[in-house]
Design a protein around this ligand. Structure first.
Ligand SMILES: [Zn+2]
Length: 200
């Protein structure tokens, strides 16, 4: 099932891309995601705060605060922890004007990032989350800036770093590169390994 709005064929194609991004995850990672109930996703073509709010209400999980709806409306993708589903807004500007290969790459990256989030939210420990600010300080400036500029709260830094590094690691794996990228501090690599079970 997908969202309303046009482009049925387009949406089918997007679903197929996300499915193949899923299959590209190492078997052990998929097992972990299945074990925490994070193997569902939906590709939509609408702002995700609205979609998530509707889904939560129809599942009797209450409504989202309007500030959260507004925040999520700007997101490319979202892990809705209460519903155990990854939502991706393929109508987002971030996917606008891309050629086919770039759509595949960006959509895969976004899905990997959200699966990294799901693992991080369930598996990161208090100490990991409390150390978010210091992990951010260890990252290369460009990477750290992205996280700071996106306006995350300090208690979200660790999740954001794990999700983005995980997505990068899977992307490198696609081109046959494994292990720790040279620019990634050892501490953060170990954090990601511990939280997402990465062993490639
Ligand atoms: Zn994120």
């Amino acid at each position: 099932m997908t969202a309303d709005g046009g482009g049925e064929a387009g949406l089918d194609e997007r679903q197929r891309i996300v499915r193949s991004a899923w299959r590209e995850l190492p078997r052990g990672d998929r097992n972990l995601l299945e074990a925490i109930g994070a193997d569902q996703w939906q590709v939509c073509e609408r702002p995700l705060g609205m979609v998530a709010d509707e889904m939560l209400r129809s599942a009797d999980c209450g409504s989202l605060p309007s500030s959260e709806i507004a925040r999520a409306n700007t997101a490319v993708a979202l892990w809705v922890v209460d519903l155990r589903v990854v939502l991706i807004n393929e109508g987002h500007d971030a996917f606008g004007g891309l050629d086919g290969a770039s759509v595949v790459y960006n959509l895969s990256r976004v899905a990997w990032h959200e699966w990294g989030h799901a693992l991080s939210l369930d598996r990161a420990e208090h100490g990991d989350i409390a150390a978010g600010e210091s992990y951010l300080g260890m990252l290369p400036e460009g990477f750290a800036k992205l996280v700071r500029r996106a306006g995350y709260r300090p208690n979200e830094y660790t999740h954001e770093i794990v999700a983005e590094v995980y997505s990068m690691l899977i992307g490198r794996r696609r081109v046959g590169q494994t292990g720790r990228p040279p620019w990634l501090p050892e501490e953060i690599y170990e954090l990601v390994r511990r939280v997402v079970g990465w062993n490639q």
